[in-house]
Design a protein around this ligand. Structure first.
Ligand code: PLP
Length: 399
C-alpha cells in the first residue's frame, strides 16, 4: 500500500479565543491607532511591547508593521547609510537582503555550513568589509553565538539578529535576539505568533530604542510607550530622526498578546512534531539529518534535511514523488526561486561571488514546514513517505 498524506502544509491554528475577544473589543471601541488612547488607558500595543520585552528579558521593545520593517529600522538605528556594506547570510530569505537594500546599502553574503548556520570562518575573513552584521537565524538554526559575538565584538562589528524563525529559541540559555545590539522578530502568519503581519525589535540600548521609536512614527507621543526609554532619551534626537511610519496597531496587538503568553507551550508542541520527524528520518540512506548542538534550545517550526551531492534530477524526482503523495518539500537548490524559497544568487540587485562550499550545501537543502495543525501521527506518516521516496531514489542511483 502506498501511503498518502492529506493535510495542508500552510494551515495554521486559529487565533486563541482570548485574542479574538480582545480584537473584537478593540473594534467595538474604535481606538485602533496605538496612540489613540482613552484617559488612563494603556494601548494594546504598549502592553504587548511590555509583555514581549519581559518574555525575552530586554529593557526595551518596539512593535512594528513587519519583521522586514523591524530589520530596516534596526539598520537605520545603528547608523547604516546609503552605500554602506552590511554582512548577512547567503542562506536566508528575501526580506533580509531586502531590508539592507531598502536603505540603499549593499549586502555582503557570508556562506553557510552543513549545520545550516553562518560559516564563521568565512565571516571572520569578511569582518573587515562592513561595520554591521545582519545575522539571520535561518530556519531556526543558531550558530555558535559565543564565538560569533567574540569575533564581532573584537572587530567592532555591530550585530543585529533576524529572529523571524527563532522567537522562543535560545543559545546557551540566552534567548535568541539577546546576543546582538538589536533582535528583530516577525509576527507574520507563518512565524511563531500570527497577526497576519507584524514585527518586534528589542534592545537594551536606550539610544537605539529611542531612535527606533521615532523612526517607526511616534511623532512626539513616545511617552505613551511602556517599553521605551524615558523621555530624556528623546531630547537630543527628536528633531533629527525622520518619521518612516511602520507602527503596530491595537487590533494586531490584541490578537498577539495571548499568543505571546502561550509561546512556551507552542514551542514545546513544535518540538514534539520536529522530533517525531527527526526520529522517522534518522538513518535514511543518502539523507543527512541536521544534528542540533546541546547549546541550542530549538523551536522546530520547520524541518530541514540534506541530500548532499545528489544529482539535481534525483532531488527533483524526490520532491515530485513526495508531492504526488501529499508531502510538500521545498528545495533550495532549484535554479529559479519558487514560492518563499530563494538563495543569494537570485537577488540580482545585490552583487555576489559564487561560494562553492555554500553552493554545495544549498544544492542539498530540502525544507518542510511543520504547522501545529499536524498531529504527531501526521509527522510520523510524513517521515515514512519521505524515507520511502529518498530510499528508492538512493537505491536507483546506486543500481
Ligand atoms: C519572514 C522572515 C522575515 C521577516 O518577514 P516579514 O514578512 O517582513 O515579517 C525575516 N527573515 C526571515 C528569514 C523570514 O523568513
Amino acid at each position: 500500500m502506498t501511503e498518502r498524506f492529506n493535510g495542508s502544509f500552510t494551515q495554521q491554528e486559529p487565533i486563541p479565543e482570548a485574542g479574538i475577544e480582545a480584537a473584537i473589543a478593540v473594534m467595538r471601541h474604535g481606538r485602533l491607532h496605538r496612540y489613540n488612547t482613552a484617559a488612563g488607558e494603556h494601548s494594546e500595543t504598549a502592553l504587548l511591547e511590555q509583555e514581549f520585552a519581559a518574555s525575552v528579558g530586554s529593557q526595551y521593545c518596539l512593535a512594528v508593521a513587519s519583521g522586514g520593517y523591524a530589520m530596516a529600522t534596526a539598520l537605520r538605528a545603528v547608523g547604516v547609510t546609503p552605500g554602506d556594506t552590511v554582512l548577512s547570510n547567503a542562506f536566508t530569505l528575501a526580506p533580509v537582503p531586502g531590508a539592507i537594500a531598502s536603505l540603499g546599502a549593499i549586502p555582503v553574503f557570508v556562506g553557510v555550513t552543513e549545520s545550516l548556520t553562518i560559516d564563521l570562518d568565512d565571516l571572520e575573513a569578511k569582518l573587515g568589509e562592513a561595520r554591521v552584521l545582519l545575522l539571520s537565524h535561518m530556519r531556526g538554526h543558531i550558530c555558535d553565538m559565543d564565538r560569533l559575538m567574540a569575533m564581532c565584538d573584537a572587530a567592532g562589528v555591530t550585530v543585529i539578529e533576524d529572529c523571524a524563525h527563532t522567537m522562543g529559541a535560545a543559545w546557551n540559555g540566552t534567548p535568541s535576539g539577546r546576543h546582538g545590539a538589536i533582535g528583530c522578530y516577525s509576527c507574520q502568519t507563518y512565524k511563531h505568533v500570527n497577526a497576519g503581519e507584524g514585527g518586534f525589535l528589542v534592545t537594551d540600548d536606550p539610544h537605539l530604542a529611542a531612535k527606533a521609536v521615532m523612526l517607526s512614527g511616534s511623532y512626539m507621543l513616545y511617552e505613551r510607550h511602556l517599553a521605551a526609554p524615558p523621555k530624556e532619551a528623546f531630547d537630543d534626537i527628536k528633531y533629527h530622526i525622520p518619521n518612516i511610519s511602520g507602527r503596530m496597531d491595537n487590533l494586531r496587538a490584541a490578537i498577539l498578546r495571548p499568543q505571546v503568553a502561550d509561546l512556551a507551550t507552542q514551542c514545546r508542541r513544535w518540538n514534539d512534531r520536529y522530533y517525531a520527524l527527526e526520529e522517522g528520518l534518522r538513518d535514511t540512506p543518502g539523507l543527512t539529518v541536521i544534528e542540533r548542538p546541546d547549546e541550542e534550545t530549538i523551536v522546530g517550526s520547520s524541518f530541514q534535511f540534506l541530500l548532499l551531492d545528489w544529482a539535481a534530477s534525483a532531488v527533483r524526482d524526490v520532491v515530485a514523488k513526495c508531492a504526488a503523495r501529499g508531502v510538500e518539500l521545498k528545495w533550495f537548490g532549484a535554479a529559479e526561486p519558487v514560492a518563499f524559497t530563494s538563495r543569494y544568487d537570485s537577488w540580482r540587485y545585490a552583487p555576489s561571488k559564487p561560494m562553492a562550499a555554500s553552493d554545495r550545501v544549498l544544492a542539498g537543502i530540502v525544507d518542510l514546514r511543520v504547522p501545529l495543525t499536524f498531529s504527531l501521527d501526521d509527522c510520523a506518516l510524513i517521515a515514512r513517505i519521505i524515507r520511502d521516496e529518498v530510499s528508492r531514489a538512493h537505491n536507483r542511483g546506486m543500481a
